[in-house]
Design a binder for this molecule. Structure first.
Ligand code: PMP
Length: 288
């Protein structure tokens, strides 16, 4: 992925894609002192851009460092790099990390850095699957407790278990994995939040040990606009049998329908389809 044409915004300036490098003794590489974002641009407009920039700064703060650019400056940098690459429909990946100015577990003496890349990224799951429904494995790893890691941070370190679970699911022929949390409650997929439908109601796990995704919040608003009741609460696996529909949400995954999760099967139903369309209309700035 590093050998291609294009521009990456790196610590305040645009550098050629192939030259956006860091030193091997970068603190982040050894001690996971890195946070990132992921957002999509539709027709040149980055959806909920400031919310992503704000979360990036907050993620870094939770890891004890401050990004030396304001939300407005990060927003402007995102727009700049999108334009420089001549892209309108794209995925943007801001990443902030502690550098190689000092070495050791103690991050003292390291400097914060920020880079933003963007590229054309089609559907996270292929288009047909997004509508027909993906198949989820059950992850072998659980989301950690809030007293084990700063779970509200979109920290690279927390993606170790997501990446392991995704690799495990992929090797077993699944599209992704459903992760439970440290208590055994249903949490989320490896890169997207989970929603269920029963009796015309939307049910979604309380985000107390995983990201309260920006897409998740958007979908809750879209549901409420349609007068659909939304229950945010603990979801236990015993209940999955009785839940009728499932979908996952994320900036990359958008609204993706789910066919099955482990032994539990779901129907691809109207309510899920409706919210998928509403989200699509909203990000493309068409009126729902
Ligand atoms: N959970 C995880 C683990 C994720 O990686 C993402 C994607 N950022 C989400 C949830 C959804 O977050 P958002 O809707 O803000 O993209």
């Amino acid at each position: 992925f590093d050998d291609r044409d294009g521009w990456i915004w790196f610590d305040g300036k645009l550098v050629p894609w192939r030259e956006a490098n860091v030193h091997i003794l970068t603190h982040a590489m050894h001690y996971a002192s890195s946070v990132f974002e992921g957002q999509r641009a539709y027709g040149g407009r980055i959806f909920r851009l400031s919310d992503h920039s704000r979360r990036l700064r907050r993620s870094a703060e939770l890891l004890g460092f401050e990004i030396p650019w304001s939300v407005e400056q990060i927003d402007a940098a995102c727009n700049e790099v999108l334009k420089a690459n001549g892209l309108e429909d794209a995925y943007l990946r801001p990443v902030a990390w502690r550098g190689s100015e000092s070495m050791g577990v103690n991050p003292k003496g390291t400097e914060p850095h920020l880079a933003i890349a963007c590229w054309h990224w089609g559907k996270y799951f292929d288009e047909e699957k997004q509508h027909r429904g993906i198949r989820l494995d059950i992850a072998p790893w659980r989301r950690p407790a809030p007293f084990t890691a700063p779970v509200e941070s979109k920290a690279a370190g927390l993606y170790m278990i997501a990446s392991l679970s995704k690799q495990h699911a992929d090797a077993r022929g699944y599209d992704d994995a459903l992760m439970f949390d440290w208590r055994g409650q249903v949490a989320e997929a490896t890169g997207a939040n989970a929603f269920f439908v029963r009796d015309g109601k939307l049910i979604t796990p309380t985000p107390d040990c995983f990201l309260n995704g920006i897409t998740r919040q958007t979908v809750i608003e879209l549901a409420q606009k349609r007068g659909i009741e939304v229950e945010e609460r603990a979801v236990w696996p015993e209940e999955l049998e009785s839940l009728e529909q499932m979908f996952v949400t994320g900036s990359a995954a958008e609204v993706t329908l789910v066919q099955s999760a482990g032994p539990w099967n779901f129907e691809v139903g109207d309510l899920s389809r409706q919210l998928q369309r509403d989200y699509d209309d909203l990000v493309n700035a068409r009126q729902a």
